[in-house]
Design a protein around this ligand. Structure first.
Ligand code: NAP
Ligand code: ZN
Ligand code: ZN
Length: 350
């Protein structure tokens, strides 16, 4: 019998999130039943609820930065025990056999990845519901181990904001002494600053919020520049090896591309609803590169969590109750996030 589970979600685009009841499948032999403790709020949840990308199916229960405990396990589960502290990120299934899955890039599964929420289940009939809920049933292959000693609430944002910034820093070879700019100091941005600084890079934060300067320096940045004063960017022209752009709204890309040194790379991870444009000549003159990066695969996510277990890198969070989600969404829309809202799932009841 499927289980009824309390959740928080939206019934229509831009509608406030409200309490809902959803059904979870019975755990199969390879599944873990997870009692959710904490779930981070990513700006992608907000884009999805607003139907910014035009792809949302309602009702929707967002949430893909999930930490919980295994409450029961299927008969053929061999990597987890009851009581283990585990994480679930953006992915909960994929075909497992295509070249992308075999290479550990499950997010690019050629047969279609199953995301944690608003995605067709592999049975082709039901849809997935995310972590703003008290329980979840997930195949153990897509479940991450949270290293011992990490605060579970502060670890939750690692499951998306963490891997989404860790992965491009690794892909583009960020190393000690590199000059790295992080654009937008929100959930992703603050993790990017921490990871880049921990790799020994000299980090500059480019932010539209002057009042975040002190925080940027505390998080590990050496410099802070406000993008609200374009003339402040002049002296930075041609100076960065790598720019990680986490901004969630349309903004001036050419201004950023000009800050790259020759052969430098501007990596886009933010997903503004109406996209961005870039001037070709600014790229050609300087062999500058523009790239994108999408979360990370399961093995890379585990590697990132294990690294955080050793280094102690965690998110800076504000814990909220489920009935504060709508306020958190409004604050996020205004860029007022310090630096990830995390829902205490006990506040949902159930
Ligand atoms: P967030 O916490 O809301 O942070 C976004 C930051 O962007 C804000 O704090 C603000 O920083 C800046 N910003 C917002 N609106 C702006 C505007 N109009 N002009 C200039 N700057 C603005 O969001 P997040 O959770 O980090 O997510 C950021 C983006 O990444 C979203 O679009 C999300 O969908 C996307 N995302 C992508 C992936 C992926 O796999 N590629 C994964 C997760 C999320 P300042 O105050 O410092 O300017
Ligand atoms: Zn996310
Ligand atoms: Zn596949």
């Amino acid at each position: 019998m499927p289980k009824n589970v309390p959740a928080y979600g939206a019934r229509a685009a831009k509608a406030p999130l409200v309490g809902l009841t959803i059904e979870r499948r019975d755990p199969g032999p390879h599944d873990l039943d997870i009692g959710i403790l904490y779930c981070g709020i990513c700006h992608s949840d907000l884009h999805k609820v607003n139907n910014d990308w035009g792809s949302t199916h309602f009702p929707i229960v967002p949430g893909h930065e999930i930490v919980g405990r295994v409450t029961s396990r299927g008969s053929r589960v061999d990597r987890f025990q009851e009581g283990d502290l585990v994480g679930v990120g953006c992915l909960v299934d994929s075909c497992r056999t295509c070249p992308a899955c075999r290479a550990g890039h499950e997010m690019f599964c050629e047969k279609g990845v199953t995301f944690s929420f608003d995605s067709p289940e592999r049975d082709g009939t039901s849809r997935t519901y995310g972590g703003y809920s008290s329980r979840m049933v997930v195949d153990e292959r897509y479940v991450l181990r949270i290293p011992k000693g990490l605060d579970p609430a502060r670890a939750a944002p690692l499951l998306c904001a963490g891997i989404t910034t860790y992965s491009p820093l690794r892909q583009f070879g960020c190393k000690s002494g590199d000059r790295v700019a992080v654009v937008g100091l929100g959930g992703l941005g603050h993790m990017a600053v921490k990871f880049a600084a921990s790799l020994g890079a000299e980090v500059t934060v480019l932010s539209s919020s002057q009042e975040k300067e002190k925080d940027a320096l505390r998080l590990g940045a050496k410099h802070f520049v406000t993008t609200r004063e374009p003339e402040a960017l002049g002296p930075l022209r041609g100076s960065f090896d790598l720019i990680l752009d986490t901004v969630s709204a349309t903004h001036d890309m050419d201004q950023l591309a000009r800050l790259l040194r020759s052969f430098g790379t501007l990596v886009l991870v933010g997903l503004p609803p109406s996209g961005v444009t870039v001037d070709v000549s600014g790229l050609v003159h300087g062999n500058r590169r523009v790239a994108g990066s999408n979360i990370g695969g399961i093995a890379e996510t585990q590697e990132m969590l294990d690294d955080c277990g050793r280094s102690g890198v965690l998110a800076d969070i504000e814990i909220i109750r489920a009935d504060q989600i709508n306020v958190a969404y409004r604050r996020m829309q205004l860029g007022d996030v310090r630096y990830r809202f995390v829902i205490d799932i006990a506040s949902l009841g159930g």
